[in-house]
Ligand binder design. Structure first.
Ligand code: UTP
Ligand code: MN
Length: 590
């Protein structure tokens, strides 16, 4: 994806003459200071499609169609965003410059940090392949069947001990404070500095677009101090709770297949990708958590395969990670690796076919959960089986969607060979899930979507100017308040962006469903005059939806009958303290 320089996008914005863009497609008639036409977006006989002279937006008073030149080309000619931008640039003679290198040297913007890391990565690769000291590291890698192609593909390197790394970085014009900021240089107490990584095999950690954002260094000598793997520190670029190792190589396939394989180790991930399972990722040193799940949801993943190490820790992790995905309605299958194996060793011994076989016979999460939980209870005794099933149903109740929960419980009944109704009774008709199916059903889902789209549309259209309502709204909302993962992503893009920029925003939506979501969102007829009021209203609705979800969950819990008196009292207090939130622009938030 191209990142255009803001300057050229701004220039384009100034040059665009909307009337000229519309003329070939719409028959515009001048009337006073404006142009009128029959709206191309709905059927009409008297013109209500208007453009004010000099304005960059069109507006239809009939159907509410509203937008700028880009919106018109996207909606009318069905161009995608980049096509629209590029065709406008051509029409109005604007050369769209890509982000330039010199730009990146000012301040410690993320780009500066990125550049320093890219230099470091190239240096480490050089040390591995072209220095004498690197030879032992090379031998270690070759013993692990990591060949040159593997090393080149994943830019594996070596952190040469001594002063050379530091000197070479200085020679490249990377100042010490930047090297410290990206975690590659440490100040010692004696006031000197030393390399953070020394004598380790270096694996670059990349963001989804392939920029290096950190490193993981593996030791290959017993005597090297520190853990087996050491990761560079968190920086504004590198957030361990969100980074998926390998994603820059597997992102495309994951988005296309909407499936992902999750492994524990970094080398596992690289070996998998190198062997053709190019939709694999690993967590990043820390445990796989909700942040990682969210990243995959943003890619549209609907099914994951957990291929964790064949040991107790791996099996426990499969239960935990699987639950995180099931909670979000993503299907999970567990690949059972033989005891003591991990994907790397399995692929080396049994090849691609060996792993493919395991993948084919992966077990659905629920069956896996049942068989693992069964080991913890005395299933031959009625009490044991009862406790086991209750524990599982309790977990399943936390998954996303009434139907999903219902069907999962039915499936569990089949696996456990007990009558369906008995287990369904355990969900209880007091849980929010069952109540939702009977009362709300699909309309609820649509209302949720409509609300989220409305809110985002107002945010986009109003823009993030100083003191604007948008700023106040962004103050009170969080990503978690949105249910749709694409809505979450768009919201977080808006929240993170420094200035509201439609061009910039859309450039960050690369998946077809994201583009579609955005396009549909922007298609809706709106009356810009009512934008502020609309935004306030949608904000309130979203806050109140969350409030009522929380209340519903609390009261369902109270009615479940499974609580002690003390817990009941505690929840009752919590419930009474849960005040309906209201958002009011005249008041300060917070
Ligand atoms: P493993 O110990 O299973 O690593 O830890 P691995 O990938 O199989 O490593 P090799 O094959 O021995 O080289 C799994 C993951 O846990 C993190 C790393 O991300 C590793 O890939 N880890 C492990 C650390 O961050 N630090 C450690 O000291 C060990
Ligand atoms: Mn391992």
């Amino acid at each position: 994806m191209f990142i255009y320089r803001t300057e050229s996008l701004e220039l384009l914005r100034q040059r665009i003459d909307l009337v000229e863009v519309l003329s070939p497609h719409v028959e515009l008639h001048k009337s006073g200071a404006s142009y009128k036409a029959c709206c191309p977006f709905h059927d009409e006989k008297t013109p209500s499609f208007m453009v004010q002279k000099g304005d960059s937006h069109y507006h239809c008073f009939g159907c509410g169609a509203h937008g700028d030149a880009i919106a018109f080309l996207m909606n009318y000619l069905k161009l995608d965003f980049v096509e629209a931008v590029e065709s406008l640039a051509e029409k109005f003679g604007v050369v769209l410059e890509k982000e330039k290198e010199e730009e990146l040297h000012r301040g410690t913007s993320k780009t500066v940090l990125r550049q320093a890391l890219a230099h470091a990565s190239r240096l480490y690769q050089f040390f591995l392949l072209h220095t004498e000291q690197g030879e032992e590291a090379l031998r270690y890698l070759q013993n692990r069947s990591i060949d040159l192609d593997f090393m080149r593909t994943f830019q594996i390197g070596y952190s040469l001990p001594g002063a050379l790394f530091h000197q070479a970085m200085q020679a490249q014009g990377v100042p010490d404070p930047i090297l410290e900021e990206v975690g590659l240089l440490l100040q010692t107490s004696s006031g000197r500095s030393r390399d953070f990584f020394s004598d380790r095999i270096m694996f670059p950690i990349c963001d989804p677009l392939g920029h290096v954002i950190g490193f993981s260094g593996r030791k290959f000598r017993e005597e090297t101090p520190g853990g087996k793997y050491v990761n560079s520190a968190e920086t504004p670029l590198f957030k361990k709770s969100h980074v998926l190792f390998g994603l820059s190589y597997s992102r495309r396939s994951i988005a296309k297949k909407r499936e992902a394989i999750i492994v524990e180790g970094q080398i596992d991930a690289l070996r998998m990708i190198h062997s053709g399972f190019d939709y694999t990722v690993a967590g990043q040193g820390t445990a796989f958590g909700e942040g990682h799940v969210k990243e995959l949801l943003h890619l549209g993943v609907v099914q994951v395969f957990l291929a964790l190490d064949g040991d107790d820790a791996g099996r426990a992790a499969a239960i935990k990670i699987g639950d995180l995905f099931q909670k979000k309605g993503v299907g999970v299958k567990v690949v059972c690796l033989p005891q003591g194996k991990d994907p790397d060793s399995l692929l080396r011994q049994e090849g691609r076919e060996g792993f493919a076989k395991l993948l084919d016979s992966a077990e659905e999460y629920l069956a896996y959960l049942f068989s693992e939980r069964s080991k913890q209870f005395e299933m031959a005794l009625p009490a044991g089986k009862n406790s086991c099933l209750q524990a599982i149903v309790e977990q399943v109740k936390g998954w996303d969607g009434a139907l999903f929960v219902h069907e999962s419980v039915r499936r569990l009944a089949l696996l456990a060979k007990v009558p369906e109704e008995m287990l369904l009774a355990l969900i209880g008709d007091t849980t929010p899930y069952v109540r939702r199916t009977s009362k709300l059903g699909t309309t609820q889902i649509n209302l949720d979507q409509i609300l989220e789209r409305d809110l985002l549309r107002w945010l986009v259209l109003l823009g993030k100017t100083k003191e604007s309502v948008v700023i106040k709204v962004l103050d009170v909302l969080t990503e978690e308040l949105f249910k749709d993962p694409i809505a979450q992503k768009i919201f977080s893009l808006i929240a993170q962006s420094e200035a509201q920029d439609l061009l910039g925003l859309v450039l960050q939506l690369s998946l077809p469903e994201e583009k579609l979501f955005f396009a549909q969102m922007m298609e809706k007829k709106v009356n810009l005059q009512k934008a502020e009021a609309g935004l306030v209203e949608s904000t309130n609705k979203l806050l109140q939806r969350d409030w009522s979800d929380k209340r519903e969950a609390l009261s369902a819990k109270m009615r479940s009958g499974a609580l002690s008196e003390e817990e009941q009292l505690f929840l009752a207090k919590e419930l009474s303290e849960l005040k309906m939130p209201t958002f009011d622009i005249t008041r300060q938030s917070g």
